[in-house]
Design a protein around this ligand. Sequence first.
Ligand SMILES: *Cc1c(COP(=O)(O)O)cnc(C)c1O
Length: 354
Amino acid sequence: MVYAPVRPDRSLPPVRVNLYSDTQTRPSPGMKDAMMRAEVGDEQSGDDPTINALCDRMADLTGKPAAMFLPTGTMCNQISLLVHCLPGDEILAHENSHIVANEGGAPGALAGAVILGLRGERGMFDAATMKAALREKRRNAPPQTLVAVEQTTNAGGGSVWPLGLLNDVLIAAHAEGMKTHMDGARLMNAVVASGVTARDMSEHADSVWLDFTKGLGAPLGAVLCGSEAFIDQAWRWKQRLGGSMRQAGICAAACLYALDHNVDRLAEDHANAKLLARGLKQVPGLAVEEVATNLVFFDTRRTRLTADELAGRARQAGVMVSTVGPYRVRACTHLDVDAASVDLAVQAIGAAVR
Ligand SMILES: *Cc1c(COP(=O)(O)O)cnc(C)c1O
């Protein structure tokens, strides 16, 4: 089995507009300056003041008693599953969620848990769907111990769970004796798009995390939040998995900078995503999905191009997009994409289709 190459193909023209992912942002000069000036210590011993400041800030933002810095969002998800579940447990999550499709089978490989994929529009599901998936509590049924949601939904089109729907699901899970986990990779996108606070969105989640490497523009880092007891157990897994760091405050400084400078501006990414969607809707044959935040998905079927063919042609014109299915393309806006780049992308994709 040969996977896609991990080095860029040097025969391709330079990238002019990178809509491949909001993870492709580069740290800005201001962010690098904050990193240079960071006070650091030994993170593993709790002695890094910048890490501690970031964790305090995130605990406050999400309304949780404790928080922990981790290198990636995937590690936040997997450590949460390891703490919440025993081997053989069943997790209820949307069938298209990141833990199902994009973490290398880690729930099975690490926690030993299985996932029951729930269906629902745009990456979300309601309490009735969740309850319909509950098994009779018998010795031969897997214990269903966790419900996981994504805010915003990634493969679900960047949708924002409305607070009522979210609370219904999480409260119903608690009523069934289950734990609740929120993958908040793009939590601040949800906050900026809806005006609901991160604290309100996280109220009924036993664990919640935010990624700093998506639209927030930091080079690495995510913060996982929960109760003191949860974070205490999470530390054991962080240690076991080799996620405990040393002078990581240099990275936490970038995350603090992102909280101060890059949150409100997510509104620009959302406006640019809408602009992009409006432009793409004018391209004959493209079916553009509803845009809620910074992710724009569209279907190429009626152009008779596959997603890969369209992405390949756009790339030749210097525009990078990603493909998430045979005919489904994703374009992400982020802090290195402005309205002029959006125009360029629309033109390049339009030309690719013609
Ligand atoms: C990106 C992403 C993750 C994983 O985060 P990494 O920092 O890339 O490991 C998890 N969940 C969702 C919804 C994501 O979009």
